[in-house]
Design a protein around this ligand. Structure first.
Ligand code: FCB
Length: 470
């Protein structure tokens, strides 16, 4: 995500002549060895049989993702709501998609579109509106949400924390307060006690490193700090919180599958000939993409020259949740830590490289393939927990989906254990500091009327899901 790059105007469109036509489905997803003797004669395809297409494994999880604050509406009791009311962002979330009341009709659409999985987040501030007090109404609500998914044959994937914190907790220092680890454990223990019978797949934290970066390094999200020591402290508390949550979930539900959703950001040196730019890419890649997962996978946090901590005697990930969107170019700015973290290049500087979406992020499907390849080292199933595009032209969304699924198919051919793909997002929604302008949804939302319109890209995606082939 282009965090510190000035956002491009949201109406920005890519050059009209590029990628306006969806690529045709591949002739074959099998590798063809051109050195073999005479090619076999082509057989005419049997009607209705797509024998030359790539088949996904049986039971592959197909669906989309949302998060509470971005779709539910009126999440009035969390730190993000406060941030919005304080005028820190140009648009407020307000009623958002009114999904808190309309979830059933939204899930009807997901089912019609062939989804068999859905990722959503529980809003902690609704569940525990005051310290230590749990809301029966909210607990009943999320049970209804889970039952609605189950009734439609949709497997729930539950995120326990997607950026927002209850106000009472934010008022006591939020993630900077070491007590948060116990508070999080208490909340998660309650959630698994309430929903453990319905939920196997759990995401403890969404994109912890992005959260730390936005909230404690560049100050764009609450609490709006620019404080490296605080950032590292928060990172450690998040790791500890995950470990306790992992144990709490497994105690109650031993067969649960627990992970985090790791934002994977492809990085390239601004000037590939500059060793400093290359070093910055290494530092950023380590801090952004590797540190958190490696610490949880190995049970040990290692930041060379800074700290070392044994978190658990063994790994606390049952699978890897991957959120993938884009690539950034990195420019070194000095030989201290901020300098090695460097800056992101302006989009104009690298304009020629690739197509960019409505938020100015490069469309770079190869990056997904590289992450899948490199995550093979963890020997764990991989679930793509988010992949999506803000696109005012729907054809761009379909091209994006197709190109990324192509990379997933290649990875599966290489026997990388990808178990599912969740598009971000089911609905157009509130995109944090970027407000309502970016349109990520498979389903368009008219915010004035709350009317839903299924986009063509969603129907094309549905064809793939229904056949389970590309
Ligand atoms: C991800 C976030 C999600 C959404 C998408 C566009 O980084 O997890 O909430 O904002 O980006």
């Amino acid at each position: 995500m282009s965090d510190d790059t000035p956002a491009a105007p949201s109406t920005r469109e890519g050059p009209a002549d590029r990628a306006t036509t969806p690529p045709m489905p591949p002739e074959s997803a099998q590798r063809i060895d051109s050195s073999t003797a005479a090619p076999a004669p082509l057989k005419p395809p049997s009607p209705g049989i797509h024998s030359s297409n790539f088949r996904f494994p049986a039971g592959f999880l197909w669906g989309s993702a949302t998060s509470a604050h971005q779709v539910e509406g009126n999440c009035t009791n969390n730190d993000w709501w406060q941030w919005e009311q304080a005028g820190k962002v140009s648009e407020r979330s307000g009623l958002a998609c009114d999904h808190y009341r309309r979830f059933r009709e939204d899930f009807d659409l997901a089912r019609e579109l062939g989804h068999n999985a859905h990722r959503f987040s529980i809003e902690w501030s609704r569940i525990e509106p005051e310290e230590g007090t749990f809301s029966v109404e909210a607990i009943v609500h999320y049970r209804e949400v889970l039952e609605a998914l189950k009734e439609r044959g949709i497997e729930p994937i539950v995120t326990l924390h997607h950026y927002t914190l209850p106000r009472w907790l934010a008022d006591q220092g939020g993630w900077e307060n070491p007590e948060i680890v116990k508070w999080f454990e208490r909340y998660v223990t309650r959630m698994v006690a309430e929903y453990g019978d319905l939920v196997c797949w759990w995401i403890t934290l969404n994109e912890p490193v992005v959260h730390v970066f936005k909230s404690y390094i560049i100050g764009q999200w609450p609490p709006g700090k620019r404080d490296y020591p605080a950032a590292f402290r928060v990172l450690r508390y998040m790791l500890r919180a995950h470990v306790l949550a992992y144990r709490a979930i497994h105690e109650r539900r031993p067969d649960a599958r627990v992970s985090v959703a790791q934002h994977c950001l492809a990085l390239t040196p601004c000037d590939p000939r500059s060793w400093l730019d290359r070093a910055s890419v290494r530092v950023r890649s380590y801090l952004f993409n590797e540190l958190f997962l490696d610490a949880l996978h190995s049970g040990t946090l290692r930041v060379p020259g800074r700290f070392w901590e044994r978190l658990a005697p063994h790994g606390t990930l049952d699978f890897i949740g991957v959120n993938y969107y884009t690539r950034d170019f990195v420019k070194n700015t000095g030989i201290n830590l901020p300098g090695f973290i460097g800056n992101l290049c302006t989009i104009d500087h690298h304009q020629s490289v690739g197509k960019r979406n409505d938020l100015g992020w490069e469309v770079y499907p190869e990056g997904l393939a590289r992450f899948l390849e490199s995550l093979r080292r963890m020997k764990l199933p991989i679930l793509i927990t988010e992949n999506g595009v803000p696109a005012s032209r729907d054809i761009d969304r379909w091209v994006f989906i197709f190109m990324h699924l192509w990379q997933v198919a290649r990875a599966l051919e290489e026997e990388i254990p990808v178990v599912g793909y969740l598009y971000w997002s089911l609905l157009d929604n509130y995109e944090w500091a970027d407000g309502f302008t970016p349109r990520f949804g498979l389903i368009a939302v008219d915010y004035a009327t709350q009317e839903r319109v299924v986009r063509d890209s969603a129907r094309n995606f549905a064809e793939i899901l229904k056949r389970n082939e590309l």
